[in-house]
Write a protein of this length. Sequence first.
Length: 392
Amino acid sequence: MNKDILNTGAQNFIKNNLSTDIVSVALSGSPFPGVSARELAEQLAGAQTLSKKAPEWAQKPGVYYPPKVHLEQASSGVTARYKTRLAQGKILVDLTGGMGLDSYYFSRVFDTVHYCEAAPHLAEITAHNFQVLGAKNIKVQQGDGMEILQVLLRENTSPDWIYLDPSRRDASGGRVIRLEAYQPNILEWQDSLLETGARILMKTAPLLDLTQGLRAIKNVRQVHVVGVRNEARELLWILEPGFEGEPEIISTDLERDHWPDFRFTPAAEQKAQARFTPPSAYLYEPHAALMKAGPFKLISERFGLAKLHPSSHLYTGPEAIAFPGRRFRILNIGPYKAKNPPARKAHVVSRNFPMSVAQIRKRSRIAPGGDTYLFFTTLAGQGPVVITTQPC
């Protein structure tokens, strides 16, 4: 951690250049003694990232930004706040602290948060930031999270909750998806963590297959599929020692208040019966987190909507109703003709269709934009069609 970056000149430069190109800063050299151009560019890049991801941190003078890889792994402010609705109490241990954004928000709803981080340089940066942010009830512990947890337990410090956000990068920096490739390997840790008696909140990437996760992870009470602005961002797993019941799956989108949470169990989805009809007056597309959660038959049952095809996951009905996703008024339905699309300028959606959006645009020469949405999909018993719609 280079403390010269905290000098007034460098801090003002970062504050006043949030829209400046990072490459130009790196190539221009640094006007500040003791601060290299690379370090200045790295700090500016961090400020730019957190101004969108966690504005509360970026707006605080004196925050020191960690390397890019830690910023990418960190939660956003909005998803970190959501976690504080799931876990509250006296003591929380964050085993994989990272840049500390989750620990910071947890400190608002816990008496004490133990932040654990194996990398000394990152622990130093985060300790500084907690001080700048006034988070006095966070205890920074540099070292292996499991070892620190064992020390706390021997000292009769029993946490109410344990939080972990394992690294999803391999040795070369590439992204990993399988649970056993996470660092630390949560499948090897879970028995020891459950033996502590604490409830566990664990974050995984949204690419993780839910069914595989439920097979591998023990004592799962809930899985929260968290979306932000129609993009699936996080899977949050709540593990409860001794729990052997049916896990509940909750999908939510944090930026759309009019999209209600959808709660269900895998068993309920298995028993549900979906209806299938041709398109009616309105078309419904579940939001991304709901699509990830996968209650496709239950959506049909609960909202009284019909599916277009078993694999399309698009729904239709004769009336406009409140729905956790996007709603469209259907203008026209026609067969797919590559050289004669319904519109030359439109938003394109491909659902259960043999071509991607990029392939459709290239072959049919459809420019992006406008207020028309073209759904390229497949109807039960009819084959590929194009549904022309407008949002409503």
